[in-house]
Write a protein that binds this ligand. Sequence first.
Ligand code: UN1
Length: 506
Amino acid sequence: MSDTYTHYIDGEWVEGDGDETFASYNPANGEELGRFHRGTPSDVDRAVAAADEAFEEWRELSRIERAEYLWDVYHELRDRHEELGEIVTKECGKEISEGKADVTEAWHMVEWAAGDARHPKGDVVPSEVAEKDAYMRRKPRGVAGCITPWNFPVAIPFWHMAVTLVEGNTVVWKPAEQTPWCGQIIAEMIVDAGIPDGVFNMVQGFGDAGAAIVDDERVDTVLFTGSAEVGHEVAQKAAADPGKRAACEMGGKNNIVITENADLDIAVHSAVMSSFKTTGQRCVSSERLVVHTDVYDEFKERFVEAAENVAVGDPLDEDTFMGPLIEEQHVEKVTQYNELARTEGVNVLVDRTELDDHEIPDGHEEGHWVGPFVYEADHDADLRCIQEEVFGPHVALLEYEGDIDHAIDIHNDTNYGLAGAIISEDYRQINRFRDRAEIGLKYGNLPCIGAEVQLPFGGVKKSGNGYPSAREVIEAVTERTAWTLNNSKDIQMAQGLSADIKTKED
Ligand code: UN1
């Protein structure tokens, strides 16, 4: 890459008003990947104005016409799979199979949204009055502000934008400040597809640009995926504005329950995948393993061995399991949580917070490295380390006795409610978990990561409101309207309401 990359506003690549630029860095080696203009609130203002104006024309197209633009993007994502997968890995540090899976997930979402354009929309609803036709129809809400995180820098933007555009909304998007290069490429693809001016706008930047999107009264819907801290602020601001709607998906403190009836091969495999893939930086990553006392010792031994041995290293190397953390501040945060756990008196089993020199690949000394940190703790103790989301490879083993309901109580004893899994060969235990676990994404005998795009993706409690992904985005970005048509010359009312107009003479 060269030069300083710009925003895309109202059909043009523009530098914007600000003087500041910022860089994207490879978290594995500190290499600068590109420079970007930093968007200001006035850049957002222009982007929203453009989106607001473009809405009138965009909504006139049929869903199928709008989806045509996305099919071009779909093909480009597929054609450039390898190249883009590598870029994702270079910019956010996920190992290469994850970098590529991010791109695959993106085209799955685009495929879903564009294909859905040809599916029935709304409902035909019965009426009490035979001569009436009644329908639920959907209309686009208007301008959608999309604020996306760095950990799925290609997939999540399409979770937000693909359905939103097909449904007839226009978009102002702020990519994460850590992954502007992916943002630039996505914007280029959408522009290459010939999307009309103003329908899609991208402003690169930080939280001030994001806040300007949320605050703008012309923004009808805010889709947010990211930290709980910011997400709650977004939800509160949106709630204070009667015309605005926000769908937010935030983090989790996710559990895997391993019962006395678990197949321990599945348990260990699922726990390692859930806790260490993406170096623990998925909002669905698990940081709590709730393990029955009958299988505890064996599970512990096997999980500890795996945590000691998972390969941390160059994410472009296919033999790597865990790449670096995203940035230095995040290394500090994860390190502090590991220290906090010690201070809180847990029993540390694996501590690879600081990797040995020989584990750090040559030329990657500037990378943001940490390895797994695993400990055992009392689930009843009032410990911050087992309650707060770390967003890293920081994992507590919580031993329990008794029945599945006890495990589910422990499982539900966090403020979050995003994802979780049960590992058991007993269908009654599995179904109990399915019915009582307070989370949005539930798995049986699987890791609690890796959801497919056609499922609802979102949580309960502190993990979110609304589902800024897939089918559920339709709810966020459209208004349901009731449309009733009379086929008779007479007016007949439902509920037995009289339609007679009575006069003084009567
Ligand atoms: C996230 O955790 O931030 O379910 C998104 C998964 C992916 C998406 C994760 N499809 O693991």
